[in-house]
Design a protein around this ligand. Structure first.
Ligand SMILES: *[C@@H]1O[C@H](CO)[C@@H](O)[C@H](O)[C@H]1NC(C)=O
Ligand SMILES: *[C@@H]1O[C@H](CO)[C@@H](O)[C@H](O)[C@H]1NC(C)=O
Ligand SMILES: *[C@@H]1O[C@H](CO)[C@@H](O)[C@H](O)[C@H]1NC(C)=O
Ligand SMILES: *[C@@H]1O[C@H](CO)[C@@H](O)[C@H](O)[C@H]1NC(C)=O
Length: 383
């Protein structure tokens, strides 16, 4: 009896150690020892990932990720810092999911590099049509201003490069999708619905899976940005303004925030519903339901693809103003990106029921160091 107990205790300690290996910076994590190749999409380690890609909006494009030091704003300060993007940034030292993966797999392809001016248009401030620059974007298909309606175009951009007939066809891919802020922003307009948002996301992922193999998709939940946009109000003068005009970017970036048919509470409810349907899409596109959608399979998974939902929901009261850009007071800046990228990285290794539904903001939290025993968790067991 005692011996059994002692044995159990030793195992527990051993496992605790295995699971609690962390570092202040990913570069301090030990490399993952050489191992046999993965047998399926449910068997992936960080160093198996050869391609990283993303679908999304301005937050993934890196828009206004650097604070500015001028008294007044100029249009030239609206820059997409794609190399710093919390998901896709490949600039040296950038706190990003892409760089965390690259730490374990130096040949990782797809990270976006450098920056480019945001495209501004008279009526909507940010131009709403898509334009990709492969020499900066690489596989970061995100577009400032994009809603879920624009996903098919982004899927096209990616599948041209990593689809079934490309050199990356059988490389293991991590494809991230983070979209919904701009859907929420116009959600008070006629014809906009949560059901439509869900259908847009689901249909574009089905499109993707018809044209791509060897892919794990992260569907990332969106934050309560209805509350985020007021955090910087606590620090008067932090959020910059244009000289000589009273343009408030919030009116462009969140059209329905001040609309009589919308409002902050309305947007907050939409965000909750979007996250609920995003997790439903992940369930529906993994396992047997996914097989039904993709056609007859004789009890086997047809492709090496899977989907996981990753909740990203910092408690608003814990989010410091300096983690948001002082250009518009609402996009996360590099401080915000540090928190977001670490929080996401750490939960990739947690099973569905252990992922944090809400989280305390902490940009200096340690990062998880995976060993050869740790897999990027899917909803299925290996095999
Ligand atoms: C603004 O100043 C800070 C502190 O001096 C600096 O780290 C940052 O790079 C500057 N930002 C720009 C856009 O030059
Ligand atoms: C305010 O100034 C900015 C920057 O020059 C410009 O883009 C915007 O159109 C101006 N707004 C108005 C109402 O004049
Ligand atoms: C998944 O990938 C593994 C490793 O490359 C391969 O052996 C297996 O046949 C693939 N499964 C499917 C359903 O394509
Ligand atoms: C953030 O994480 C660091 C490192 O673990 C810890 O020292 C610090 O207390 C945490 N801060 C908060 C506010 O939890």
């Amino acid at each position: 009896m005692t011996r059994v107990l002692l044995f159990t205790l030793c195992i527990a300690i051993l496992f605790n150690n295995v699971f609690s290996l962390t570092a202040k910076d990913i570069s301090e994590c030990p490399p993952i020892p050489h191992h046999s190749p993965p047998i399926s999409v449910h068997d992936l380690r960080a160093d198996d990932i050869r391609v990283i890609a993303a679908l999304g909006d301005s937050v993934t494009a890196g828009l206004v990720a650097k604070n500015v030091n001028t008294t007044y704003l100029t249009n030239e300060q609206f820059v997409e810092y794609r190399g710093l993007s919390w998901l896709m940034g490949g600039d040296k030292g950038a706190a990003s999911l892409a760089n965390y993966f690259k730490n374990f797999q130096p040949d990782l392809y797809g990270s976006s590099i450098g920056d480019k001016p945001a495209r501004l248009c008279e009526e909507t401030f940010f131009c709403l049509d898509s334009r990709h620059d492969p020499s900066v974007d690489f596989l970061n298909a995100a577009q400032s201003g994009a809603t879920s309606n624009e996903l098919p175009e982004q899927v096209d951009y990616l599948t041209e490069q990593i689809g079934l007939h490309t050199e990356h066809a059988t490389s293991w891919k991590l494809i991230n999708i983070f979209i919904g802020f701009n859907d929420a922003s116009v959600s008070c307009l006629p014809g906009k619905s949560v059901e439509q948002y869900k259908a847009n996301v689901k249909n574009s992922l089905i499109q993707l899976f018809e044209r791509v193999d060897y892919a794990l998709v992260n569907i990332i939940g969106i934050m309560q940005y209805n509350d985020l946009i007021h955090i910087t109000d606590k620090v008067p003068g932090y959020k910059k303004r244009f000289q000589g005009n009273t343009t408030d970017l919030l009116n462009f970036e969140c059209y329905c925030c001040r609309h009589p048919d919308g409002g902050i509470k309305f947007i907050g409810e939409k965000v909750k519903e979007y996250n609920r349907v995003l997790s439903e899409v992940a369930e529906e596109l993994s396992g047997s339901v996914f097989n039904d959608i993709m056609g007859p399979l004789e009890g086997k998974v047809r492709k090496n693809v899977s989907v996981v939902y990753q909740p990203m929901n910092p408690i608003i009261a814990t989010v410091p103003p300096h983690s948001l850009s002082n250009v518009d007071g609402y996009h996360p800046n590099t401080v915000g990106y540090t928190y977001l990228s670490k929080a996401l990285w750490n939960q990739l290794y947690l099973p569905k029921d252990k992922k944090a539904r809400i989280d305390v903001f902490n940009a200096s939290r340690p990062v998880f160091c995976p060993t050869e025993h740790d897999r990027l968790k899917t909803y299925q067991r290996i095999l």
